[in-house]
Write a protein that binds this ligand. Structure first.
Ligand code: CTP
Ligand code: MG
Length: 226
């Protein structure tokens, strides 16, 4: 089985802010995106980065990857750009399986990648997820409207894994919508997507406070304050 990973780095990081997109800040002396790439590379034959070519070439120096392709306005557009690039490879290099990973998740345990790939032997898609621990409330005008039963609730993470041709086709059909994850495309088409154990440490750098937890796991961040 040929496995590829699409590494997403085309976002601007509006919620995080700062001088450059969050996936390029330096955490423990390496760019956030480089941590993610180094975690994925041992498990995949092809790494397809999506985003700014110059910034990615710099952040991924010395690592083996396919030519960078530019992303789109939405995460979904960026995933599709990665899928199209992989689909344009010669037949004997095209992947059977694809992982889609947020470049803003630098602390990616090996066990999570393995679990996703193993589940793809029996499912067309698989995602890492962690159970929701807190009691969940739906709020309305500042007061509790409802307590949401949490027994069956999970928080979805990446890398999400799929049979390549299926994800490619679903993405092409869904062009123009804006989904926050890829599993949703399979769910809507009626495919069973496996839930495998994620990790509480597989944090997506989204807000500045997420940096404190990642610094504890990886090392101090060097934020450009220009
Ligand atoms: N992403 C992308 N292309 C986009 C939007 C997002 O490749 N048009 C990537 C981001 O670079 C990130 C991942 O998708 O690695 C998850 O998205 P998110 O955390 O939402 O990042 P941003 O969209 O950059 O942040 P924000 O939503 O706060 O602007
Ligand atoms: Mg976003």
């Amino acid at each position: 089985m040929r496995v590829a990973a699409i590494l997403l780095a085309a976002g601007v990081g509006r919620r995080f802010g700062g001088a450059q997109p969050k996936q390029f800040i330096s955490l423990g002396a390496r760019p956030v995106i480089r941590h993610a790439a180094e975690a994925l590379i041992p498990h995949v034959g092809l790494l397809q980065p999506v985003g700014d070519a110059a910034m990615l070439a710099d952040a991924l120096t010395g690592l083996e990857h396919l030519p960078v392709v530019p992303g789109g306005d939405t995460r979904q557009d960026s995933v599709r750009a990665g899928l199209d690039a992989l689909d344009a490879l010669p037949e004997d290099r095209k992947p059977d399986l694809v992982l889609v990973h947020d470049g803003a998740r630098p602390y990616l345990p090996e066990a999570v990648i393995r679990a996703v790939l193993e589940a793809l032997a029996s499912h067309p898609g698989a995602i890492p997820a962690v159970r929701v621990a807190d009691t969940l409330k739906r709020g309305q005008n500042g007061v509790i409207a409802e307590t949401v039963p949490r027994a069956d609730l999970y928080r979805a993470q990446t890398p999400q894994g799929f049979h390549f041709a299926l994800l490619r086709d679903l993405h092409r059909k869904a062009a123009g919508t804006d989904l926050t994850d890829d599993a949703l495309l399979l769910e809507r088409a009626g495919h069973a997507v496996a839930l495998v154990p994620g990790s509480d440490d597989n944090i997506k750098l989204t807000f500045e406070e997420d940096l404190v937890r990642l610094e504890r796991l990886i090392g101090p961040a060097l934020l450009p304050r220009t």
